[in-house]
Write a protein that binds this ligand. Structure first.
Ligand SMILES: Cc1ncc(COP(=O)(O)O)c(C=O)c1O
Length: 404
């Protein structure tokens, strides 16, 4: 069989067989052979409102009929972008913010890294270049995010990466403090996911994020929270920063801002960065994307936030997460999985010794449940609209697939 024309992301290019997803409704998707699956990873951590939502489709179609596309470079703007920025400012985990829009999480991360260095330059400290990131961190695949990757295989083989990005062991504040002292006066920012996602689903140890905040304050560095997975309700709050009570300087978001119906991402820009950017009226922010503030993405974002609010999806996240973690803990108690970790509605289980996570994932697909293998673990991050019985089915199918 020939390989397809489409070169797939994060896939062996030699793969010839794919599952062709053709439709979805709520927490279920189906393929072109009529197989139905519970979408246990909300596509790729993002379909909070579920598949096939008519309100989303209508909002996108209405906007397309009015104005499908127009750029927002100087001097233009559009209504959905203005309104969505205001809505995000209203729920941001810090005060006095503005919102920059991009398309992907990777672009949001690059934007935040560039912004951190820019802010220091505008403040008169161009020597502050170092960006600290941590092991297991996943920050996308553009050169900035690749350079900040804490997943070594993703960082290797691409030639010279962005300089002055220092990766430290995860969860170790002393190692971060050591970089701050070794590179005194040179650190621009710490970049971290509040809950490490694609690196394996690792919530932060107690006090870790607070410790990063304190170190950043002490050394005048910016704290960038990469909330591409956690933003927009995953932990039962709009942002994980709010959940953990830690105020970042910059927040990257993507994915669930539109539940993925249209690609959209961005950076919430905090007060200190704003002050630097706005200080000099002649200064031009020489950064942006053709589709920054795209009207269709922003219209999707507005409808998505409406659904989150009207259906109480933040509370639902807490409920779904509890039901899921209770089920997973019972598998742990039965010795079927080696580890259960997570928070809110994002969880992972470790496979027992000698069990291949990819094989278990495959057996689960055959039984109608999609989850995602991450090394020796399986990640589960369902749509927030998932029903209780569907959550239980994920757990039951996982139990069957591991015990076989
Ligand atoms: C925390 C985090 N940052 C950045 C990204 C990159 O986002 P994208 O794949 O949209 O470029 C991801 C993607 O999963 C992510 O989880």
């Amino acid at each position: 069989m020939d390989v397809p024309a489409f070169l797939h992301p994060f896939t062996p290019p030699s793969r010839t067989e794919f599952i062709r997803i053709v439709g979805g409704d709520g927490a279920v998707v189906w393929d072109d052979r009529g197989n139905r699956y519970i979408d246990g990873l909300a596509s790729l951590w993002y379909v909070n409102v579920g598949h096939g939502r008519q309100e989303m489709i209508d909002a996108i179609a209405d906007q397309a009929a009015r104005l499908a596309a127009y750029h927002t470079f100087d001097p233009f703007t559009n209504e959905p972008a203005d309104r969505l920025a205001e809505r995000i400012v209203g729920i941001a985990p810090m005060t006095d913010t503005r919102v920059f829009f991009a398309n992907s999480g990777s672009e949001a991360v690059d934007t935040a890294m560039k912004l951190a260095r820019l802010v220091h330059r505008l403040e008169g400290h161009p020597e502050r270049q170092v960006i600290i990131s941590r092991e297991h961190g996943y920050h996308g695949t553009n050169y900035g995010g690749t350079s900040a990757q804490g997943i070594a295989p993703n960082r290797e083989g691409w030639g010279p990466l962005v300089g002055e990005v220092v990766n430290v062991p995860a969860n170790n504040l002393e190692e971060v403090a050591r970089v701050f002292s070794d590179r005194a006066g040179e650190v621009a920012a710490v970049l971290t996911e509040p809950v490490q996602g694609a690196g394996g689903v690792f919530p932060p140890p107690e006090g870790y994020l607070e410790g990063l905040r304190r170190l950043c304050d002490r050394h005048d560095a910016l704290l960038i929270m990469d909330e591409v997975i956690t933003g927009f309700g995953r932990l039962g709050r709009w942002f994980a920063s709010e959940y953990y009570g830690v105020e970042p300087d910059l927040v990257t978001f993507a994915k669930a801002v539109t539940s993925g119906y249209v690609p959209l991402s961005g950076v919430i820009v905090g007060a200190r960065s704003r002050a630097a950017l706005e200080a000099e009226p002649e200064f031009v922010f020489r950064h942006g994307y053709t589709y920054s503030g795209h009207p269709l993405g922003c219209a999707a974002g507005l409808a998505n936030l409406d659904i989150h609010e009207s259906e109480g999806l933040l509370e639902r996240a807490t409920h779904v997460g509890r039901r899921l973690s209770d089920g997973l803990q019972s598998l742990y108690a039965d010795g079927l999985v080696s580890d259960v970790r997570g928070v809110g509605a994002v969880w992972a289980v470790g496979m027992p010794e000698g069990t291949d996570a990819f094989a278990v994932r495959q057996r689960m697909i055959e039984r109608g449940v999609i989850v995602r293998p991450l090394g020796d673990s399986l990640a589960i991050c369902p749509p927030l609209v998932i029903g209780d019985q569907q959550v239980d089915t994920i757990v039951d199918v996982l139990a069957e697939a591991v015990s076989r």
